[in-house]
Ligand binder design. Structure first.
Ligand SMILES: CC(=O)SCCNC(=O)CCNC(=O)[C@H](O)C(C)(C)COP(=O)(O)OP(=O)(O)OC[C@H]1O[C@@H](n2cnc3c(N)ncnc32)[C@H](O)[C@@H]1OP(=O)(O)O
Ligand SMILES: CC(C)C(=O)C(=O)O
Length: 554
């Protein structure tokens, strides 16, 4: 990367300190949200949305709860124009939703914009012109005064057209390329526009300060916002709006620090679609507030359907690691994360079900329509006993003793490692059943009869390789008696060290599951499990399974 000297910082710091925002800790109330998916998002697509697709997306935005929606640039194309006409003529704009349209400061474009708005009950008309040093020098080739005049003339045209067009119109002005504009100049232009529009409490004006291209660290942007916000004319009747892009990957930080710096409103898109690296992702912003306990005023509780519509109509793909929405953002493959999540979920159930504080999961996946079963604990060679055991417990009601979880964990990791793939819960369950449960060859017990004779006496109908080995013995309990009988009759050496059992809680079954651990001839612990609707049979099967598996563990 030898060409770095080609670049220089192109932003402008405010002329005096503006950093009160630093002392604020978090965003304590939702801003006014404006979706620009149908305009900025749309103008960045390889194939812009069709009219039908825009209608479907509009309905989705309304459902999510947006009250301000930039529906397009009606002078740009027939589709943009017709889309706004369809919204108006088909009466598809709910009373509590305001549509917004974008226009350049050019008479024929403004005229066409107002023509498209005919019959619209209320709208925000959004005027922009670029004010940056680079655009003044290279694109418009005009000095500051002429650029300001362009804004002023545009503002006057909007005012005049609004006066003669029926409807309730509010105005928005963007000094486009704000981040490359001298801050005092941006302020001067914005104030000149405000002076023309004369905002009132009933008809406030929006001043939108876009990070058209992100050029600085987010704290610089925040300082610029605070400087301007403090000095705007009629500030009480002006909404300061932000429109961050994401060129440096810090669009969300721009928006958040900008809100701390005094902004009232955010323009952005779902999943951060938009020009180049995109507009700020409103889902991330809203969910960041949500997980600080602040109501964002937007509803993302059915993220999978939102994503489905978005991907279909934009032909974009939601990245697997996209905050709050990506397919993998709640997934834990690694053992220590899974273990902590499993323990955290149990802790929550037992101690504080009202609140969420589960390690590694900043929000409860079910709040955005994601499933614990499918989305959280996922098994591959990085996984551990905690997660694997938790998965079997949650999905199949298998609650192994801790030491057996370890044994099974290594078995599953090994399979995933050798096959080099993720294992699905059902496969894991099948391995568990195949490997441990009711392993009844070469030994099997077909019948047991217990009587009390100075201890528990067992008569065991034992078969080894299909040959009957009737056996009897006394023990301290039923399982001990059966175990002694098997040992005496077969000469197999082992020590029974662990026994647990539980009723199966998943599925419509009255089965019991029993687990037995024995120490084999090499001094290693070997596990077996037994499943049956009779608890004694389940426990005998668990013992026999462990005995039959004893040579599998070296
Ligand atoms: C940062 C943003 O996202 S801004 C929004 C950008 N979005 C879009 O541009 C999508 C929609 N745009 C379009 O469809 C077209 O550009 C139209 C219909 C608006 C205009 O089309 P055309 O006039 O054919 O072409 P074009 O956009 O190249 O016009 C450039 C001219 O407009 C001027 N211009 C550009 N922006 C503005 C503005 N905001 N206000 C006034 N004049 C402007 C340029 O200086 C240039 O002037 P010149 O003809 O004297 O050289
Ligand atoms: C029109 C303006 C707000 C814009 O889209 C931008 O600056 O990115």
């Amino acid at each position: 990367m030898k060409n770095y000297q080609k670049y220089q910082r192109g932003y402008f710091m405010p002329p005096c300190e503006s950093n009160r925002w630093v002392k604020k800790e978090y965003i304590d109330k939702a801003p006014v949200w404006c979706s620009v998916d149908l305009r900025d998002g749309n103008q960045a697509l390889i194939i812009p949305m069709s009219l039908e697709e825009k209608l479907e997306f509009f309905d989705l935005l309304v459902k999510v709860g947006f009250k301000e929606i930039e529906v397009g640039f009606p002078a740009a194309s027939d589709t943009e124009y017709e889309f706004l006409r369809a919204l108006i003529e088909q009466d598809r704009i709910p009373d509590d939703v305001t549509v917004q349209v974008l226009t350049q400061a050019r008479p024929h474009i403004i005229e066409k914009t107002f023509a498209a708005l005919e019959g619209c009950k209320s709208a925000v008309v959004h005027l922009y012109n670029s004010t940056s040093l680079a655009q003044r020098e290279q694109v418009f080739k005009k000095p500051m005064a002429e650029i300001k005049a362009l804004a002023v003339e545009g503002a006057e045209m909007l005012r005049d057209f609004a006066e003669k067009t029926p409807g309730n119109f509010r105005f928005e002005y963007s000094p486009e390329s704000f981040t490359g504009t001298e801050v005092e100049f941006a302020l001067d232009v914005c104030n000149a526009v405000i002076d023309i529009w004369k905002p009132t409490a009933e008809r406030p004006v929006i001043i939108n300060l876009p990070a058209t291209v992100e050029m600085s660290l987010p704290h610089v942007y925040a300082s610029q916002i605070e400087y301007i916000s403090d000095r705007l004319h009629c500030r009480g009747n002006v909404q300061v709006s932000l429109h961050p892009h994401n060129d440096r990957g810090t669009g969300v930080a721009d928006a958040e620090l900008g809100l701390l710096a005094g902004a009232d409103r955010i323009e952005g898109t779902l999943f951060g679609n938009g020009e180049r690296t995109g507009n700020v992702d409103i889902i991330t912003l809203a969910m960041n507030m949500y997980c600080h306990g602040v109501d964002p005023g937007l509803d993302f509780s059915d993220m999978p359907s939102i994503q489905e519509v978005y991907e279909r109509v934009t032909r974009m793909h939601v990245y697997e690691r996209q905050p709050y929405a990506g397919a993998l953002v709640f997934a834990a493959f690694s053992g220590s994360h899974q273990d902590a999540i499993a323990k955290g979920m149990h802790y929550r159930e037992d101690h504080d079900p009202e609140h969420w504080n589960v390690p590694y999961l900043p929000i409860d996946p079910s709040d955005v329509g994601r499933m614990y079963e499918a989305d959280v604990i996922r098994i591959n060679s990085q996984s551990g006993k905690g997660g694997i055991g938790y998965l079997l417990e949650q999905q199949f009601g298998i609650d192994m003793p801790p030491k057996m979880r370890e044994d099974f964990g290594y078995l599953i990791k090994g399979i995933s490692d050798h096959e080099h793939r993720e294992l699905q819960p059902k496969e894991i369950y099948e391995v568990f059943c195949r490997e441990y449960v009711n392993v009844l060859e070469p030994c099997r017990v077909d019948s047991v009869k217990f009587t009390e004779r100075g201890g528990m006496f067992a008569e065991v109908g034992l078969k080894v390789n299909g040959v009957s080995h009737p056996a009897t013995a006394v023990g301290t309990g039923r399982l001990d008696a059966v175990s002694n009988a098997i040992k005496d009759s077969t000469g197999i050496h082992y020590t029974l060290v662990n026994y647990t059992e539980h009723a199966m809680t998943k599925g419509s079954t009255s089965d019991a599951m029993a687990y037995v651990g024995i120490i084999n001839g090499s001094g290693k612990i070997v596990w077996g499990a037994g499943r049956h609707n009779d608890i004694i049979t389940a426990s005998v099967n668990a013992l026999v399974s462990a005995i039959n598996r004893r040579d599998r563990v070296e």
